[in-house]
Write a protein that binds this ligand. Structure first.
Ligand code: VG1
Ligand code: CO
Length: 552
């Protein structure tokens, strides 16, 4: 145990005029380029505002770690020294600073911490030319609500100094205990507690049997945070052969990749599963481990469908054997889960985009599972979406049902009907063009009702607004919805997580009952709606792009 006995706080003046002038109130944490984070006092100013705003800092326990990207270790060093200066009594951090977002959520809850600081820009690329991020989670383990981020923003507007101590950099190479002044720093293996939790939720014995029975699988960690977790889970505990986990070593620049588990950025894995026959199951997670993509042999599972399948099969996992209290999905996520919830007779909630909106429902016990179309699925076991949890859940279902992923999907659609679904992203659009397109479409909405659209009629059109069922808080302006008379719909949103220009997201959904054609290519099934929205919103004229950057 090393200790710096005299760690007196030093006040440093903040030189930047308004360091967060372009930080939008309401966004969770701060996600910017690495270059911006390297400006003098930039990280420190934001962290100061966090420590001034978070309840219980004096004498409290804090969880700290990140996805291993460039900037992770420097940020841990700065935050530890600032935590000591603010009277935090203990910081729990991890070997190599490696801690996935769901594992952090679990630690905050199990160690009764006041919250956690997670260093990640999630699925955005990393490295000196990539992005960095600082996320703050509260005592329930989940992303802090808008009221907290707004208060941090207010604080940064008038910030003039921050408080820090001088202390040698703590060695993160092995589990150990340290001290900075009176503050204890506990370095633990960030994988252990998470793996234990997974063993409580799922029947590892049955998954092990499945994997032993000629069931080759490929997991792509994308050189991001899930590598060490996946190696422990799949190769060491569940008996998958060495090499089943690909790109399993976390790298500061993610091997120059884009750690976003979708068909575009996890292309190598997608090709292995969709064009070859060597693997029965494939999966990938994002930079910080909260997203998941599920693939079967020649079968891609749409994330909206994944939530519906987990809901319909939940009782196959020990943790959910007694059934679910309810489910929730974000507004742009397809209504596939709604149909299952109706049949199960449980409540189904529709929330704005972003995991923080599930927090109140989970805390109140109103929902057990929830998910987003953006490859996010989770449950009440933590307060974040959880990529590896979703992968294990799928393996659990396959272990009990002993059929292929494609068969699970076919049977699901035969029972509940199919929600054809696709998301088209136009990335790095000039900000003015994107806002111009969005504002124009929003202005048109009232006049669209009753008009023809893709051979159908527009039944309703609005900008989604949400009243939280637990605390009655209202969140407005969450996305433009065009609802057609046959239940199909198009949603248009602007991304809140991009760092270059603006990203326009177009979500398309059309329902076919179980008696209809269930085997179409979604792009074909949705083709008329795709061209109708492209025309209506003048996408090509206004963005100069004749196709989306990413199609899911
Ligand atoms: C995107 C997704 C959203 C998700 C958010 C954070 O937001 O669409 O569903 O909650 O990323 O995910 P946006 O505003 O860009 O559409 V992560 O993996 O960064 O924690
Ligand atoms: Co993420």
């Amino acid at each position: 145990m090393s200790s710096t006995a005299t760690a007196e706080p030093i006040q440093r003046q903040v030189r930047l005029e308004t360091p967060f002038s372009d930080q939008k109130p309401g966004t969770s944490g701060l996600r910017k380029s690495s270059e911006q984070f390297e400006q003098p006092n930039y990280l420190e100013s934001f962290v100061e505002a966090i420590f001034r705003t978070l309840p219980g800092v004096q004498g409290g326990t804090l969880v700290l770690g990140g996805d291993g990207r460039y900037g992770n270790r420097r940020a841990i060093d700065v935050i530890l020294r600032m935590a000591a200066a603010h009277g935090v009594s203990k910081v729990i951090t991890t070997t190599g600073g490696i801690l996935s977002t769901p594992a952090a959520s679990n630690l905050i809850r199990s160690r009764k911490a006041i919250g956690g600081i997670i260093l990640s820009a999630s699925h955005n690329p990393g490295g000196p030319n990539g992005d960095f991020g600082v996320k703050v989670n509260g005592a329930n383990g989940g992303p802090t609500p808008a009221s907290f981020t707004d208060a941090v923003y207010e604080c940064t507007k008038t910030l003039e100094q921050y408080s820090i101590v001088e202390a040698p950099t703590i060695d993160l190479d092995a589990p150990s205990n340290h001290g900075i002044g009176a503050m204890v720093v506990e370095v633990i293996d960030g994988v252990d507690d998470f793996v234990e939790l997974m063993q409580e939720l799922f029947d590892f014995e049955s998954i092990r049997d499945l994997i032993r029975s000629d069931f080759p699988l490929a997991f792509d960690a994308m050189h991001a945070v899930t590598g060490p977790y996946a190696t422990r889970l799949f190769e060491e505990l569940l008996g998958a052969p060495a090499g089943s986990v690909r790109n399993g070593i976390p790298l500061e620049d993610f091997g120059k990749g884009h750690p976003d588990p979708n068909l575009t950025y996890a292309h190598d894995l997608a090709e292995l599963l969709l064009e070859g026959d060597d693997y029965r199951f494939g999966a990938a997670c994002d930079g910080d481990g909260d997203r998941n993509m599920i693939l079967g042999q020649r079968c891609f599972v749409n994330p909206s469908d994944s939530l519906a399948v987990l809901t319909a099969n939940a009782t196959l996992a020990p943790a959910y054997a007694d059934g679910l209290s309810g489910v929730a999905r974000s507004m742009p996520t397809s209504a596939a889960v709604d149909v299952v919830a109706k049949e199960l007779g449980i409540e189904c909630f529709e929330t704005p985009t972003g995991w923080k909106f599930f927090g109140n429902l989970l805390d109140a016990g109103r929902i057990t599972l929830c998910g987003e179309e953006s490859f996010g699925t989770g449950s009440n076991h933590v307060r974040e979406k959880d990529g590896l949890w979703a992968v294990l859940f799928w393996l659990q279902i396959l272990a009990k049902r002993r059929c292929s992923v494609a068969e699970i999907m076919d049977e699901h659609w035969k029972r509940f009907g199919r929600h054809y679904y696709s998301r088209h992203d136009y990335e790095a659009v000039a900000s003015e063009a994107a806002h111009g397109l969005y504002d124009r479409l929003e202005g048109m909405l009232p006049d669209l009702i009753g008009q023809a659209f893709a051979g159908r009629q527009i039944a309703n059109a609005d900008n989604f607004s949400y009243v939280d069922p637990i605390d009655s808080s209202v969140t407005k302006g969450q996305g433009l919805r065009i609802l057609l008379d046959d239940g199909s719909r198009v949603v248009v949103r602007l991304s809140g997580t991009g760092t270059k220009g603006a990203t326009i997201r177009i979500y398309l959904e059309s329902y076919v009952p179980s008696s209809g054609d269930l085997a179409m290519d979604p792009q074909v099934a949705l083709a008329d709606m795709i061209s109708a929205i492209n025309q209506l919103a003048e996408i090509e004229q206004r963005t100069g792009m004749d196709r989306p950057t990413v199609i899911t």
